[in-house]
Design a protein around this ligand. Structure first.
Ligand code: GDP
Ligand code: MN
Length: 378
């Protein structure tokens, strides 16, 4: 789950990472009131779950409450990379002398948390990594040893930060960011930019935090930060049902068992000349309950014209999935044509069970099934 900047900063504040004071606003009037309340020049910032807001015109300085109201009017309703701006974060504007970058995330190949620090902040980190890789200091944390200040110092020396006051503050922030990362079960904590003000104070001007969905049950306070209104309604319904689902823009509804197979199915539908309406992973099972849930999610989408059920039986047995499909069809009425490809363990038994079901087409291969599903969706 991705947090909005203001939520990330709320978390940072809890761990003692310095951030600017600010207020949330959802209207130009609230933005003005926030600026009055804060009592100084402010920055009006679009709250959307995507980066590059500055470049897209979603971050603007305002030197008076009236100006804040005006800037809010300009930013609210903007479309930033497909994200509609409905919330603003109004914070006391900072003077910037330097822009650094600091993050901690997982390096899956090393199986360790990875810190990155560079004095070339403000721009996208991918650009720094590509254009001046030497400027990017990296440090892996041994989770058994836990984070130690000497590691932080090594990271700071590597980045070339030489001012003693900055070093001391950055070291403190690194330790607190690690605490935030581990104690929140985060997968990413990124500060870009981490600024140094003209008087030498270091603080987080932006916050990008991703928390592991699988750990949200341990963090009800973070879980409730989720913005349900911003989520796709079909995806929200799927989440409720516990179905792994991503809405796409085509007309062939897709159901596969296992994320890899579901992704390949999306590809094969495109190869067959069609457009997938969604990605849906049934998971390892295939019992009636799971099939009903997945079908309920897929058939809710009015764009779906045909359903492609792609199952490869490994541990999951095809006859069991076939029984799941039949049970699901008994429990809910589905008008849409369904194409089923069953292969692997007990495929023949599974196909035999489905034989003769009206409006259901059993195809022997993935490509045949994709072609049929595309044809039926036309
Ligand atoms: P992003 O573009 O989505 O990463 O949004 P950021 O929060 O990083 O803001 C983008 C840029 O706006 C920053 O890199 C800063 O240069 C600028 N900015 C943000 N807040 C302030 C501020 O308080 N004062 C000044 N002078 N610039 C700011
Ligand atoms: Mn940023």
């Amino acid at each position: 789950m991705d947090l909005y900047e203001y939520q990330g900063k709320q978390l940072f504040r809890r761990f003692g990472i310095p951030v600017s004071e600010g207020r949330l606003a959802t209207s130009p009037e609230e933005a003005r009131a926030a600026a009055v309340d804060l009592g100084g020049p402010v920055v009006v910032k679009a709250q959307v779950l995507t980066g590059g807001r500055g470049k897209a015109g979603g971050v603007k300085l305002a030197d008076s409450p009236a100006d804040a109201e005006q800037k809010a009017r300009e930013i609210l309703g903007l479309d930033i990379r497909g994200h509609l701006v409905r919330r603003l974060w109004i914070e006391l504007a900072s003077d910037i002398a330097k822009e650094y970058y600091l993050s901690v995330t997982f390096d899956r190949s090393e199986k360790k948390p990875l810190f990155m620090l560079t004095t070339e902040g403000g721009v996208e980190i991918e650009q720094v990594a590509a254009e001046s890789p030497d400027a990017l200091a990296r440090l892996h944390v041994n989770v058994l040893e836990n984070f130690q200040p000497y590691q932080g110092r090594r990271l700071i020396y590597g980045s070339g930060i030489s001012d003693a006051g900055e070093q001391r503050q950055v070291l403190d922030i690194i330790g607190k960011l690690y605490a935030c990362f581990t104690q929140s079960d985060a997968m990413l904590c990124e500060i870009n930019p981490l600024i140094v003000t003209p008087d030498g104070t270091v603080k987080a001007l932006d916050a990008k935090v991703t928390v592991d969905d699988g750990a949200l049950f341990r963090h009800p306070d973070i879980a409730e930060m989720r913005d349900v209104a911003a989520a796709d309604p079909f995806e929200a319904f799927a989440r409720e049902k516990g179905v792994t689902y991503v809405k796409l823009d085509g007309s062939v509804g897709i159901l596969g068992n296992g994320a890899g197979l579901a992704m390949s199915t999306v590809d094969v539908v495109v190869v067959a000349g069609g457009r997938p309406a969604n990605f849906c992973d049934l998971g390892g099972g295939g019992d009636a309950e799971g099939v009903v849930d997945a079908l309920e999610v897929i058939t809710r989408d009015p764009d779906v014209r045909s359903i492609f059920f792609n199952i490869f039986g490994g541990i999951t047995r095809c006859d069991e999935v076939a029984r799941g499909i039949l049970a699901a069809l008994e429990r809910m009425s589905i008008e849409l044509p369904m194409v089923v490809r069953l292969d692997g363990t007990n495929a023949a038994e599974g196909r035999a069970l489905l034989e003769g079901t009206p409006n259901l087409y059993v195809e022997p291969t993935m490509l045949d099934a994709a072609r049929r599903a595309v044809e039926l969706a036309a």
